[in-house]
Ligand binder design. Structure first.
Ligand code: MN
Length: 451
């Protein structure tokens, strides 16, 4: 399990002054990795620090990150982080140590070389982010019980939570090809929808487009086909984490989801944040797993570990904002839709990974595994429009509860998302005695359906 070390020392400062601002997402204790299109050259792996990006290929070429034939330096020549991820956790930790050293306030190796600095350091504002990782497989879970219970209650008021929920981390295989990086517009999908008052379905643009507030882990070192991962080794398979918006078309979902689960209602687009926050950067922010309910069973032995119960949770605050087209035109900033916490996950990521590999399924470097919608116990912490606008839970046996739309500052109302709406997810970790770290933003604007 994760341990803090000298790289988490809150007293560490950088010569990049914006990194020392207490409000920044990217202090020198964070150093997330991303991939940027710098125009004239191949995609560049960069780290974010304060309001700047640092091009790691430039640093590597200048010899600031180790010998030219060093595996970590060679991995930085890739178009994405996969080469680095394949090298295992020690490579990521080594890169973190070397970067932190170069960027410390008292290191002049880059600070005092104006030419190199001008080439390697540039502003985050205006940067064109690319997919940080080549994702081979994407699995989405359903690990937050509040969400499962709310959605279950809408469809089965008398029996919201299915009996397998407390035993099995429920998931489905998503589609990796349509995972896009923050800033990529998402087109409203067409799909087969059957209205309650119609005898037959029709192919129409989704009228119930939704966001899902989620959190993802990117697998670093995988497991061989046929070899399960022990729960106490599961977290060490994670390279890093990101914010995820699992866009969902509820009307398509409602018609197609039985009996095999979501399909076209989900796989038209999934947005991830551009920054991969490394496992090392998260070490101070582990927390106990969510306590199970009174009557809940103890998980089977392969999904239970004392260490995971003690530290398998993550103390991450997650927020969702919306900005409509009219808000943009009026110059209004995005408005908060909900605020939740990753502490509300019923299953930890270690349990999810151990479960995923328990049948011998091989996880590979670059796989994305997402939490499922994160919702808290209060209305203002519900992580999707389906839940946010829902007036339930109703009394068993009574008519289903109604929906109250969300009101935007322009007076507009939303039950689901409209064309032109932009959804922005933010996240951060705080703990007394440590520097706050943030995750940047996961953004996507809805384009009208294709005619
Ligand atoms: Mn989802």
């Amino acid at each position: 399990m994760p341990q803090t070390n000298a790289s988490h020392d809150p007293a560490l400062r950088s010569w990049i002054e914006s990194a020392n601002d207490p409000g920044t997402d990217f202090p020198i204790q964070n150093l997330p990795l991303c991939v940027v299109d710098r125009g004239e050259s191949d995609p560049r792996i960069c780290t974010a620090i304060g309001s700047s990006l640092v091009d790691l290929l430039e640093l590597g070429d200048a010899g600031l990150l180790g010998e030219p034939d060093d595996d970590v330096v060679l991995a930085l020549q890739g178009e994405n982080l996969n080469l680095l991820m394949e090298q295992g956790p020690e490579a990521a930790s080594a890169l973190r140590r070397r970067l932190q050293s170069v960027l410390r306030h008292d290191n002049d190796a880059l600070r005092d070389r104006a030419g190199l600095r001008a080439q390697a350091v540039f502003p985050i504002d205006g940067a064109r982010f690319l997919m940080p990782v080549r994702i081979g497989d994407y699995t989405d879970f359903y690990a937050c019980m509040n969400h499962a219970r709310n959605v279950g209650a809408m469809f089965r008021p008398d029996n919201p939570l299915l009996p397998n929920y407390t035993w099995v981390p429920i998931g489905y295989h998503g589609r990796a090809s349509s995972v896009v990086v923050s800033g990529t517009p998402v087109r409203r999908p067409h799909g087969q929808v059957k209205a309650d008052d119609q005898p037959v379905p029709a192919l129409v643009p989704s009228a119930m487009l939704d966001h899902e507030l989620e959190f993802g882990v990117i697998i670093g070192q995988g497991n061989a086909l046929g070899e399960p991962v022990a729960i106490d080794h599961a977290w060490s398979r994670v390279f890093g984490v990101c914010l995820v918006n699992d866009w969902s078309a509820r009307d398509i979902q409602k018609w197609e989801y039985q009996p095999l689960g979501p399909f076209l209602a989900k796989n038209f687009g999934t947005t991830i944040s551009p920054f991969i926050i490394t496992r090392d950067a998260l070490a101070p922010f582990h927390a106990p797993a969510l306590a199970r309910g009174e009557g809940d069973p103890r998980p089977l032995p392969h999904l239970f570990s004392e260490a995971d119960q003690r530290e398998g949770g993550l103390n991450v605050t997650l927020e969702v904002f919306i900005q409509s087209e009219a808000m943009r035109q009026a110059g209004r900033s995005p408005t908060l839709l909900s605020r939740g916490s990753l502490r509300d996950m019923y299953w930890t990521f270690a349990q999810i990974i151990a479960h995923h590999a328990s049948n011998g399924c091989n996880l590979l470097p670059g796989d994305l595994i997402a939490s499922g919608t994160i919702s808290g116990g209060t209305r203002d912490s519900r992580g999707c429009m389906l839940e946010l606008t829902w007036d339930g839970p109703g009394v068993p046996g009574s008519p289903p509860p109604g929906r109250t739309p969300v009101r935007l500052p322009t007076g507009e109302e939303r039950r689901f998302l409209a064309d032109g709406d932009e959804i922005i997810i933010r996240g951060s970790c705080e703990r007394p005695g440590f520097r706050r770290i943030g995750f940047g933003e996961c953004r996507g604007v809805i384009l009208p359906a294709q005619r």
